[in-house]
Design a protein. Structure first.
Length: 117
């Protein structure tokens, strides 16, 4: 039924307001976000190419998120800062969605790229 037909039936009291609302605004299921399993790091230090190369060789393979959670287990309830009242555990849960990436630009032009796979 079209919108006008539903509203006409509602005005003539041939259907209840609840049924009309359900016909006008159907429930749409949102797809669930897929969980990521790995974190990929890429670090670029402009002053020293050797350090950049060494760090990128260390992080050449993706790191499992379970390993990150294991390392940060003691700090899960710790608040990041006073300005942003969010814990480290909540940040990890938000970042554990597939396709998330974070770019960090420091004052000394160091760039860090964190991707989830």
């Amino acid at each position: 039924m079209k919108k006008n037909e539903v509203l006409n039936k509602l005005s003539k009291k041939e259907m209840s307001a609840k049924d009309a609302y359900e016909m006008l605004y159907p429930k749409i299921k949102e797809p669930k976000a897929r969980k990521a399993r790995f974190v990929k790091l890429r670090i670029n230090i402009p002053d020293s190419k050797g350090a950049t190369y060494f760090i990128n060789v260390l992080f050449a393979l993706p790191i499992p998120i379970g390993l990150v959670k294991l390392i940060l287990r003691r700090r899960m309830n710790q608040v990041v800062s006073d300005e942003v009242p969010i814990s480290i555990g909540e940040i990890i849960n938000l970042a554990a969605i597939k396709g998330t990436f974070v770019k960090v630009l420091a004052k000394d032009q160091t760039r860090v790229l964190i991707k989830t796979i």
